[in-house]
Design a protein around this ligand. Structure first.
Ligand SMILES: Cc1ncc(COP(=O)(O)O)c(C=O)c1O
Length: 389
């Protein structure tokens, strides 16, 4: 069906107005309820955008594991300056960012691939390593987008429940029967459980995999896990196994989720495969410049890590005070048991203008709470106590 520009805007506006009036807030094809399904059009759905407007007054966003404090102080002047070059392609900036990342991880520039968020890295991995006749093996629950990209690509997705320590159940993630596993997804720390799978166990597991099975290790929450003795990044040792791809993002500790910037490190050969499927100039001028600046700001990074650790300690103290069951967290969020069906909890907090994490089946009463600023968390806890009272 052809949709004219005029009709597109008419449809858009009427849907947004209906949502604003609370008429179609739930049950939309793109609503939170549908998150377990392939996210067709999720990011472009005008109704959802009206429902979750970034600039909505008074809303406390504890649902997307963002950095509540925003970009670091050193980043604002860099972003403002970069706008002067908004009419240019990021020529030198692209290469400079790759160069900085390669020096940070002691790899060659040709081993680094940039992404429009690490989401693009995940999508590219689905393109390259999955497809009809191939299986993606992942945990359950875990971050959903790679599974969704792989399904879209025609692959089979096998989700293996985390073990009772909320680690990846690696033995059950080995290929089974005649299964042809193109890609294994290990999200470490895992989203949504914030739990760690020990590095040594992952190494043993990789040794048992066939030579043509690739492993994507998603370290989106790396900086929050540094205190855990079991956690060691896969970027801390030479990247010489062509089957391993490590993904990182600027969306979390760096506070740049809106800038859409991520990267992957792999061997030269594997990186070359990834780049075949990435868009040209997939990182814009502002993101490239601010990402580069962020990686040079060691004091900014140390301050952000300290602040997030302090905030997490304060959150856990409140959890303990109330005797709430909480999965041990190594991230900037935590899974706590609300003792009520998760959908009811989401709706309750929404009625208080607090957005908490979406449902993560098979967990039915746990809520994923992103740890916000002290004042945001004060509002969260007073809503929690009011509900229990
Ligand atoms: C584990 C994990 N990987 C990847 C992403 C995607 O992040 P981005 O595309 O913002 O880099 C997220 C976002 O929350 C995540 O939790």
């Amino acid at each position: 069906m052809h949709i004219s520009r005029r009709n597109f805007f008419r449809t858009t506006l009427s849907t947004s107005a209906a949502v604003a009036a609370g008429v179609v807030a739930s049950g939309l094809p793109f609503s939170e309820e549908a998150f377990g399904e392939p996210r067709r059009g999720w990011f472009f759905d005008p109704a959802l955008n009206a429902f979750q407007a970034t600039d909505a007054k008074g809303v406390i966003w504890l649902n997307s594991n963002e950095n509540a404090y925003g970009p670091w102080p050193s980043m604002m002047p860099v972003m403002r300056e970069a706008l002067n070059f908004g009419h240019r392609y990021p020529r030198t900036e692209y290469g400079q960012l790759i160069d900085t990342i390669s020096r940070l991880h002691r790899v060659k520039p040709s081993q680094v691939s940039l992404g429009c968020g690490s989401s693009e890295i995940l999508r590219v991995c689905a393109e390259v390593f999955t497809g009809p006749g191939k299986t993606l093996v992942q945990a359950s629950p875990t971050f959903e987008s790679l599974g969704q990209y792989s399904r879209t690509r025609g692959a089979t997705v096998r989700s293996v429940a985390l073990n009772n320590k909320f680690e990846h159940d690696l033995q059950n993630m080995l290929p089974q029967g005649g299964e042809k596993v193109g890609l294994v997804y290990i999200c470490n720390p895992n989203n949504p459980t914030a739990s760690i799978t020990p590095r040594k166990d992952i190494e043993t597991y990789i040794k048992q995999l066939p030579e043509d099975t690739f492993v994507l290790i998603d370290e989106a929450y790396h900086h929050f896990a540094l205190k855990s003795p079991d956690y060691v990044s896969f970027l801390d040792q030479p990247m010489d196994d062509p089957r391993i791809i490590v993904a990182r993002t600027f969306s979390k500790i760096y506070g740049l989720a809106g800038m859409r910037l991520g990267y992957a490190v792999a061997t030269e050969e594997t990186s070359c495969k990834l780049r075949t499927y990435a868009s040209f100039d997939n990182v814009n001028m502002v993101s490239a410049r601010v990402g580069n600046a962020a990686l040079h700001d060691d004091a900014g990074l140390a301050a952000a890590i300290k602040r997030s650790t302090d905030d997490r300690d304060a959150f856990l103290a409140e959890v303990k005070k109330r005797n709430i069951s909480c999965i041990p967290t190594q991230a900037n969020f935590a899974m706590i048991d609300t003792g009520k069906p998760i959908r009811q909890s989401i709706d309750y907090f929404k009625s208080k203008n607090i957005m908490i994490g979406r449902p993560f089946p098979p967990l039915t009463t746990h809520a994923r709470i992103t740890i916000g600023t002290p004042s945001e968390m004060k509002a969260f806890w007073s809503a929690w106590d009011e509900r229990k009272a």
